[in-house]
Design a protein around this ligand. Structure first.
Ligand code: ZN
Length: 342
């Protein structure tokens, strides 16, 4: 089969190569991938920064959607021909967290395309429990785009963030796949949704999609701007994947007893927090990663029922994989980048 692979670290090592077709092991299904979606994770993997030992050529790609081609021994309830989206987080199914239904806390959690051959390929094999039917009417690109970012966003907002209808939510960093997914899923239930960005174009786009207020963090202090926009109260929930220097202003944007859920550190992993602000205001700082099987099902039900459709920034053919990866770093990116595999 053809696959977008690396034979070393760096963008110059990315190419479409011929690799052996994967077969489904017992308990697995092999999916004929019709579309894949890109994540920053793919850039980290190909940079070698994750220090994971790879067998080259290594197939990139976490998110994908397609048609079940074949099923391995012991797989029931799913047949060749089924149209599915893939949850890229592979859990062991045996550790105490998996047994408790907390698959994203699995002690050996691995990701497609990062620790194992990924979705930027004509075929990929995954555990049968990692494929899900997707909402009717969705294209394969849209279904692929429901992977990493929508699963992560659902868990951040609802499972870890305990968002209630009517609450006021701040989404930091609108524009990338996760920020847009968070905004889209918070919007139908939130009382107010605020977003931040350093780009006026992205803030304008967010207002057009229904943001109640926007803050350009290069020009304004986020904490002060949000307090001004909420009658000094602050928001109930901040959902953030930037951390770094943005975390402290985000905490100042919270109401008393508010929650901040973080699922990334694109602005830097080290954070300085005045702990007095946390205990005096009884704030919660909550970590989140990917989602459980229940989070995936619940996300798909919410998407199917709410009319939310993933925003596809651009779609490229598999052969233009390098251009697609480069697109992730372009400043006007808004939503998900997809790869289409005919
Ligand atoms: Zn486990």
């Amino acid at each position: 089969m053809k696959a977008l692979t690396i034979d070393g670290y760096g963008l110059e090592h990315v190419a479409v190569r011929e690799v052996p077709d994967p077969q489904p092991a017992p308990g697995e299904v092999t999916v004929r991938v019709r579309a894949a979606a890109l994540n920053r994770l793919d850039l980290w993997t190909l940079s070698g920064a994750l220090k994971i030992p790879h067998e080259f050529p290594h197939v990139l790609g976490a998110d994908g959607a397609g048609v079940v081609e074949s099923v391995g021994d012991g797989v029931t309830g799913i047949k060749p021909g089924a149209e599915v989206m893939i949850n890229p987080a592979a859990s062991c199914g045996r550790c105490e967290f998996c047994r408790a239904g907390e698959q994203s806390m699995c002690t050996t959690l691995r990701m497609l395309g990062e620790h194992m051959p990924g979705t930027f390929a004509e075929l990929v094999s995954v555990k049968a429990s990692n494929v899900f039917p997707f909402p009717e009417g969705f294209t394969f690109s849209q279904a692929a785009a429901l992977g990493t970012t929508f699963i992560t966003a659902y868990r951040m907002l609802f499972t870890r963030g305990r968002m209630s209808p009517g609450e006021w939510v701040l989404v930091t960093g609108i524009g990338g796949g996760l920020g847009v997914s968070l905004f889209q899923m918070a919007r139908p239930l939130a009382g107010k949704v605020f977003v931040t960005s350093s780009s006026e174009v992205k803030l304008e786009r967010a207002r057009a999609m229904g943001a109640d207020g926007t803050v350009n963090y290069r020009e304004e202090d986020v904490g002060k701007a949000i307090r001004n926009a909420t009658g000094k109260r602050g928001v109930d929930l901040v959902v953030d994947s930037a951390a770094g220097g943005s975390l402290e202003p985000s905490l100042r944007a919270l109401r008393k007893g508010g929650r901040l859920v973080n699922a990334g550190a694109t602005a830097g992993p080290k954070v300085e927090v005045d702990i007095r602000r946390v205990f005096w205001n009884q704030l919660e700082i909550i970590g989140s990663t990917m989602g459980s099987d229940a989070d995936v099902s619940d996300m798909l039900r919410l998407v199917a029922g709410s009319g939310v459709e993933p925003v596809i920034d651009r779609a490229y053919p598999l052969g233009d994989g390098v251009k697609a990866l480069e697109r992730l770093d372009e400043p006007d990116l808004f939503g998900k980048v997809a790869l289409e595999i005919p």
